[in-house]
Design a protein around this ligand. Structure first.
Ligand code: ADP
Ligand code: MG
Length: 242
C-alpha cells in the first residue's frame, strides 16, 4: 500500500447549529485519483475546505503528510468551486496563472525566474500558452477552467484539489479535463468533487460518497442501487470506454 498523504480521522463539522459532516474518516494515498460525490449541500465543498485548513473540524483531526517535498509549505493546489474575481476585471491569462505564486513568496507582483518558468510550464501543460495575453473575460468556460488549473499547478503541488471543475463546461471539455487529471494522477494525488458519479467513475480509482456521513467504494463496485441509496432517486449508470 502506498503512503497516506491525507488522513481524515473521525471528523465532524457544523455551521453553527447545523451539522454538515458527521464522523467522517478517509485515508487518501499518494498518487491516488479520488472522487468525492454527493447531492447538493451534502458537505463536499466543506470537506475540501477542512482538508485545506480553511475550516477547523469541531471533532476529529485531519493529518497531512508531505513525504515528497519536505521543504515546501504549500503543497496543495486548489481549484475552488466559485471563483470570485470579476470576469470583467482587466487581467490576462498569464497574470491569473502567476497569481498562483502569491501565497508562497512574492509580494507586489514581483516574480523570480523560477516562478516565471513554473508558470510557463503550467501553461504548457494546460495548453493555454497561445491565449496567455488574452483578457480573462474573453475566455470560454473550458478555457477559464484550464487557466484556474494552471494557477493551482504553479506552486508544484503534490496534491491537487478541484471542486466541481467541470460544472460549467460541455461534455467534450469535461472529458478533456478529466483525461488531463488522469495523467496528472500518475505523479500527483488528485481529489475531485463532482455530482456526476456516472461520469467520474470512468476516471477515478475510488469514490467517496458523502451525505452527512461517508461511504467509500472502489470504482468497479459502483452499482445503480448504491447511487439510488445515496441520492434517493434512481440514477442510470453509464459505461465509458477509454
Ligand atoms: P456541497 O459542496 O456538497 O454542495 P457545501 O459544503 O457547500 O455542500 O454545504 C453543505 C451545507 O452547509 C449546505 O447545507 C450549505 O447550505 C451549508 N453551508 C455552506 N457554507 C456555509 C456557511 N458559510 N455558513 C452556513 N452554512 C453553510
Ligand atoms: Mg460545493
Amino acid at each position: 500500500m502506498s503512503n497516506i498523504v491525507i488522513d481524515i480521522d473521525n471528523v465532524s463539522f457544523n455551521y453553527g447549529m447545523i451539522p454538515v459532516l458527521k464522523d467522517i474518516s478517509l485515508k487518501i494515498h499518494e498518487d491516488e485519483f479520488i472522487g468525492i460525490i454527493g447531492p447538493n449541500g451534502s458537505g463536499k465543498s466543506t470537506l475540501l475546505k477542512l482538508i485545506l485548513g480553511l475550516l477547523k473540524p469541531d471533532k476529529g483531526v485531519i493529518k497531512k503528510y508531505n513525504q515528497k517535498c519536505q521543504h515546501k509549505r504549500h503543497h496543495i493546489g486548489y481549484v475552488p468551486q466559485h471563483v470570485n474575481f470579476a470576469r470583467d476585471f482587466p487581467v490576462t491569462v498569464e497574470e491569473v496563472v502567476m497569481m498562483g505564486h502569491i501565497t508562497t513568496s512574492s509580494l507586489f507582483f514581483k516574480f523570480n525566474k523560477d516562478e516565471v518558468s513554473s508558470a510557463m510550464r503550467a501553461m504548457q501543460t494546460l495548453e493555454i500558452e497561445d491565449i496567455a495575453k488574452r483578457q480573462i473575460g474573453s475566455l470560454s468556460g473550458g478555457q477559464l477552467q484550464r487557466v484556474l488549473i494552471a494557477r493551482a499547478l504553479v506552486c508544484q503541488p503534490n496534491i491537487l484539489i478541484l471542486d466541481e471543475p467541470t460544472s460549467n463546461v460541455d461534455v467534450r471539455v469535461e472529458e478533456d479535463i478529466f483525461a488531463l487529471l488522469k495523467n496528472f494522477s500518475e505523479h500527483m494525488t488528485i481529489i475531485v468533487v463532482s455530482h456526476d458519479i456516472a461520469f467520474i467513475s470512468g476516471y477515478v480509482d475510488r469514490v467517496a460518497c458523502l451525505n452527512l456521513t461517508m461511504v467509500c467504494h472502489d470504482t468497479e463496485s459502483i452499482s445503480g442501487k448504491m447511487i439510488e441509496e445515496l441520492y434517493g432517486t434512481p440514477v442510470k449508470m453509464i459505461h465509458h470506454h477509454h
